[in-house]
Write a protein that binds this ligand. Structure first.
Ligand code: FES
Ligand code: FES
Length: 238
């Protein structure tokens, strides 16, 4: 029915009809009726088509994937649009990585992909296939929370320096700090290093730490203690 209406529109019959109606003084009333008829037909067509479209889309979008997370291979079946964060939290029950903004603005979802920090909310799970993914759960050598000697040095430093209050941002802060320290060790420069005039071997000053950790927001404002924790591990003085 919508096809025949479109044909009618294409043939200019409607224009002709409207011209006649305008001449008769009934233009607005009947044009509106015709408009409502067309809208009704199109709406019905869309409503009938939607379930079919949704089913086809779902079937086409779900694929098998293997993610290597914290040293273990995990076989999953995911919608190709799934973010790495949702795959970790919803499919693998690794809820240490937090969803703060889901828009790449807070850093709460930071994980390591082949040693580099990424916002997992902005990374498609399929883009991380084949990579070594490390979450906060995979940093400690031993999962015994009573034995902090088994924690990753950055985790232990956050404990020692009270680098958190509510803790929501903390997994992302710690993953980010681990990568930031590695970046500094291998000589990667930040805008702060450039301002100091150094073109190699940047020192992890507090300004460097603040700059390199600036993608991780802490709503509790635990920044001074976070800086102290990172400084302690990086082996630098303020
Ligand atoms: S949840 Fe990913 S950056 Fe905020
Ligand atoms: S400790 Fe609460 S948001 Fe950072």
């Amino acid at each position: 029915m919508s096809v025949s209406l479109c044909s009618e529109l294409e043939n200019g019959e409607l224009e002709q009809e409207e011209q006649e109606l305008e001449n008769s003084g009934l233009h607005f009333e009947l044009s509106r009726r015709r408009f409502m008829q067309a809208a009704g037909v199109l709406s019905a067509g869309v409503a009938v088509g939607l379930p079919g479209m949704a089913a086809a889309q779902t079937a086409a979008a779900t694929k098998a994937i293997t993610l290597k997370v914290n040293g273990q291979s995990k076989a999953l079946s995911l919608d190709t649009r799934t973010s790495l964060l949702d795959a970790l939290r919803e499919s693998l029950d690794l809820t240490g990585s937090k969803k703060g903004c889901d828009h790449g603005q807070c850093g709460a979802c930071t994980v390591l992909v082949d040693g580099r920090r990424v916002n997992s909310c902005l990374t498609l799970a399929f883009a991380a296939e084949g990579a070594e993914i490390t979450t906060i759960e995979g940093l400690a050598k031993n999962a015994d929370p009573k034995d902090i000697s088994e924690l990753h040095p950055v985790q232990a430093a956050f404990l020692e320096h009270d680098g958190y209050q509510c803790g929501y941002c903390t997994p992302g802060q710690i993953c980010s700090a681990v990568a930031a320290i590695e970046e500094q060790k291998r000589g990667a420069l930040s805008i702060v290093s450039l301002h100091t005039g150094k073109s190699e071997n940047p020192t992890m000053t507090d300004d460097e730490i603040r700059e390199r950790m600036s993608g991780n927001i802490c709503r509790c404002g635990a920044y001074p203690n976070i800086v102290a924790a990172v400084r302690a591990v990086a082996g630098a003085s303020a």
